[in-house]
Design a protein around this ligand. Structure first.
Ligand code: MGD
Ligand code: MGD
Ligand code: MO
Length: 712
């Protein structure tokens, strides 16, 4: 290295929609980012990244990046584009949107986005002020955890819950519907440490995944039956006098009603529903109630069932019943994001929504675009950013058919030409995290972090914030948000005077990169040892005072305004289990399919990158040896997985006995449609109906059949 070489380390944060929000150190040599690594000082990241982000510099410098505005030249979906200037792109968008507004009104424009990047500035809400000012349809974003959060609010209120780092103190750990070693990797060391200190780790999951393989006990459960298991556990706990009466008397509501309800769930009945032997249900309940501190980590996948909300309600009730909250390392961890004092109203700007503006749930994209869902006015303009609905949203064929409409004007803001971007009329180039400024929250730990740009934007890529700045200006809209600088936005987004941010400033974050929220340390933090739940009653509500509105309640983070399309229903104020209709009727599709996340992809991101594709392998369907044999299917054989909605092609991976139970198949989500044989992926066959609250998807109640593809 010569003296003129400029080598710097820039502090950043992983941009992904993942609980870990890792602190990153980016090495920049002569203006080029050459390496990313985890910050070894960050207590949660501990120096490691993951298979997805280890080579993030390749993700940034890939020759396949979209670096310039593009205009479609081929047919929709062909992915044929020509380069245009930003001026041309902005003009075309402004002209087309204005003529749609003139002819059909603003609601004919649908903004469509999620957490492609999780930064507070460039993430979930970045376009909201712009689209509200246009008078566009409001998108209800219930992709992830909306039902579980509703249920959690109903039971415990918006509390951070158990600190993930406190798990080292736990003696009994339930990993419920979460594949920590793939989807929350940096939490694993805390669980492993507890295990080494003598804790028993139990994984409740239909799949014996890498986390379940590292657990002390894997309990294979039939998908969609978790509410019954939790109710059965409570039956055993109450019948066996294992309740913490003092905790229940002082810090909970509705015990008598709950005790009556759980009488309906004796272990034998629960065994029939869940497929778990009755003796195991009894052992699990007794061990959970009598080993303290007892911790539960519940994954997002818990909500992907007809009973999604009630499953979460039942599970969230357990630590109140046994008093597990009393000790450090006891309680439940779901989404600690509620600890971050974000000003959602400043970010989402519900005040800008014109009264009466319709709200459309994003899961309904396909039917909304094809006209199956009758909308007046119809959707004529679509703006997709931070999102890849062709891959990630059910009714894939309808989404594709809708996007192929010649009369639909579609803009996609992207880093890559995804399956969705292929249908765009205009593609706008988006920066990666190395090229942008952002401030982060976390939904998996208690650290706030700052991402500073490590390099100049490549080509003509711009951050989402900058993109909406340009659009606001070009469309001549009033603006009191985008004209702020990035730093001013970061200051406005948080309530810096709130106790969790006491002692933390933007300057401190610039210097250190991250800071733990001002809360007791993980060795002392027992947030609900004395109750103090942020519910209406201040207690853990077994019987919910929110039940009457719960059916149409969507936690504010996911939605502002009223949803006209899914009028809410009151839900049962006590946790319950309801058998899905398809399970009662049998029907032609005997296998239950779940579609969890891929180990080497982040939702669909990296699904096009060589390295991650090699690690992940091709689209597979994991099935039991019994189910495979009954269908004449061999290991590695190409098969069709199908139901009344359609089919996908996959390669059979046959379990060695206990990888997956008979009757269950697993097709992970994230493979790109255009890269999969047959041009269809798992969301072409996923169940489409909503579950019990928060408009949750019910993927884990999907039914399919599998058949060999005959070689010709
Ligand atoms: N590697 C990787 N990490 C990720 C992501 C990724 O795509 N890849 N995505 C990120 C995002 S957006 C999210 S929301 C989180 C999600 O992280 P998780 O909450 O872990 O979600 P999933 O992988 O969908 O499912 C977790 C487990 O739930 C199981 N499961 C499915 N249905 C049921 C059921 O009915 N009952 C029970 N008990 N278990 C069930 C699946 O077998 C799976 O092992 O991960 C984040 N992290
Ligand atoms: N079958 C099935 N379906 C599921 C799930 C499942 O488990 N199974 N999980 C659901 C869940 S939990 C989630 S969270 C959703 C995720 O669904 P999506 O949010 O659609 O997921 P991603 O695949 O991450 O798509 C994000 C896109 O944003 C782009 N992007 C990244 N950063 C930026 C940026 O800074 N600017 C712009 N403009 N674009 C950017 C990425 O390149 C990527 O194409 O999927 C849901 N769908
Ligand atoms: Mo998610």
């Amino acid at each position: 290295m010569s003296l003129t070489d400029d080598v710097r380390t820039v502090r950043g944060a992983c941009p992904h929609d993942c609980p870990d929000t890792c602190a990153m150190l980016v090495t920049v040599e002569n203006g080029k980012a050459t390496k990313v690594r985890g910050d070894p000082d960050h207590p949660f990241t501990q120096g490691g990244l993951c298979v997805k982000v280890n080579d993030y510099t390749n993700h940034t410098y890939s020759p396949n990046r979209v670096l310039y505005p593009l205009r479609r030249v081929g047919r929709k979906g062909e992915g044929q584009f020509e380069r245009i200037t930003w001026d041309e792109a902005l003009d075309e968008i402004a002209t087309r949107f204005q003529s749609i507004i003139d002819e059909y009104g603003g609601q004919a424009i649908l903004p469509y986005s999620y957490l492609g990047t999780e930064g507070i500035l460039n993430g979930l809400t970045v376009g909201d002020p712009f689209f509200h000012r246009l008078g566009a349809t409001v998108s209800e974003r219930t992709f992830c955890d909306s039902s579980a959060c509703t249920a959690y609010f109903m039971t415990l209120g918006p509390t951070a819950g158990l600190d993930p780092e406190s798990f080292v103190h736990s003696k009994y750990i339930l990993l419920w519907a979460c594949n920590i070693r793939s989807t929350n990797l940096h939490m694993w060391p805390f669980i492993k440490e507890a295990q080494e200190r003598g804790a028993k780790v139990v994984a409740i999951d239909p799949l014996r995944h890498r986390t379940a393989q590292s657990a002390d006990w894997h309990i294979p459960i039939k998908p969609g039956t978790d509410a019954a298991l939790a109710l059965g556990m409570m039956h055993v706990i109450i019948a066996g006098d294992l309740v913490d009466e003092d905790y229940v008397d002082n810090h909970t509501v509705g015990f008598e009603d709950l005790a009556k309800r759980v009488q309906e769930y004796p272990p034998e009945r629960v065994s029939e529903i869940t497929g778990i032997p009755a003796a195991d249900i009894v052992t699990l309940a007794r061990e959970y109630a009598t080993t303290n501190p007892a911790a539960i980590r519940v994954g997002v996948a818990i909500e992907r069932q007809v009973n999604g909300g009630q499953a979460m309600r039942a599970i969230a009730s357990l630590p109140g019943l046994t008093g597990a909250w009393r000790q450090v390392g006891g309680g439940i961890l779901q989404l600690p994001l509620w600890a971050f004092p974000l000003k959602w109203d400043v970010l989402q700007r519900p005040d800008l929504i014109r009264p009466g503006t319709r709200v459309l749930n994003q899961w309904l994209l396909g039917p909304a675009l094809t006209g199956e869902l009758e909308l007046d006015p119809p959707i004529k303009g679509l703006f997709v950013y931070n999102c890849n609905p062709v891959v990630m949203v059910p009714q894939q064929e309808k989404t594709v058919a809708g996007l192929a409409r010649e009369d639909l004007f579609t803009v996609v803001s992207e880093q890559y030409l995804t399956d969705t971007a292929d249908f765009a009329d205009i593609v706008l180039p988006a920066t990666t995290q190395l090229e942008q400024f952002d401030i982060m929250f976390s939904w998996g730990h208690l650290y706030i972090s700052l991402n500073q740009p490590a390099i100049e934007p490549l080509g003509e890529a711009v951050s989402n914030v900058e993109q909406f700045r340009r659009l606001t200006q070009r469309m001549g809209l009033e603006d009191d948000w985008y004209r702020l600088s990035d730093e001013e936005m970061a200051l406005a987004a948080y309530d810096w005077s709130a106790p969790p941010l006491e002692g933390i400033t933007l300057d401190l974050l610039k210097e250190k990169g991250w800071a733990r929220l001002n809360l007791p340390g993980p060795d002392e933090y027992a947030p609900h040892a004395e109750g103090n739940f942020p519910t209406a009653s201040g207690k853990c509500e077994f019987y919910s005072s929110m039940a009457e509105q719960a059916g149409n309640f969507v936690v504010p983070v996911f939605r502002e305004g009223y949803n006209e399309f899914q009028p809410g229903n009151a839900v049962d104020p006590l946790p319950c289990y309801v058998t899905p209709e398809e399970d009662l009727n049998g029907g032609p599709y005997p296998l239950k399919m779940i579609s969890p996340k891929s180990h080497a992809f982040l939702s669909s991101q990296y699904g096009n990158m060589d390295y991650q594709r090699r690690v992940q392998g091709e689209q597979s369907v994991i099935m039991s040896a019994d189910d495979a044999e009954a269908r004449g299917i061999d290991e590695g054989q190409p098969v069709r997985v199908f139901n009344e909605q359609g089919e996908i092609q996959a390669v059979a991976r046959i379990g060695t006995g206990d990888l997956v139970a008979r009757g269950v198949v697993v097709c992970s989500v994230g493979q790109w449609r255009k890269l999969n044989p047959g041009a269809a992926t798992v969301n072409a066959i996923n169940r489409t109906a909503f579950g019990d609250m928060g408009n949750n998807p019910t993927f884990s109640d999907t039914r399919v059949e599998v058949a060999p593809i005959e070689s010709s």
